[in-house]
Design a protein. Sequence first.
Length: 254
Amino acid sequence: MKNLLIALMLVLGLSVYGQRNQNNDYWNTWRYTPVKGMVAEFESAVSKKMQKFNATPETGMITYKIVTGRNSGTYERVETMKYPKDYDMDRSAEAEYWQKNVSEFVERTSGQIRWDRINNATLNWDPENPGTPSKFLERTTFEVKHGKVPHFRRFMARVTKMRSSRGAKDTQLMFRCISGGSANMFVVVRGWNTYQGDTGMRNQETSMEDDYNKEYGWGQWDQDLENFRNSLENWGEFSETMELVPSLTTGMMN
């Protein structure tokens, strides 16, 4: 029992420290499903709220709408690149405004989820110059088994490096949940602007597997891929497509 308590204290301590790392950027997400038949009212109320509270880059938000799967019609709102000091800000007036003016049009919400961005799985995205949000996203959620996170992260980092060297042009970011959900929940987001655009990696003389083995050792692709698959829970992979809602995105609103 004593060893268990010590282990729990270590895990909790690392979790709290992780949320306060001055060098990390954290992202916040919320999901909202509007009341049936009140989508227009919901969007109008959110737009007014954003003009009042989210009109600057420092307070900005991005909004996407899920268009595939069981969550179709749900909105995901994102705050990007937050730092520990941002969580000390008093935002009670903003929360009160939402409760009084927007919440009546919301049927279901996820609550806030906080994420830590993982640098070695980031592709074609510069935190110093993030640019305009991608028009389309593929968001894949992974639930990783306890004790298998290193296998998962190693494969994702290596594949990201290989995709970069092979000329991938889409944007990719990976996050780990640090509050509001499972600590073993990861999300990989890939963004692009046109379905017919060049995503790179075409007409390659070698395969991804060939390049991977050349970089990391013969047979490493098969071994790492098997470890990656075995790292996931049985229900551990779920993908959705999302489309940007410019009218509810800071810097793009009318």
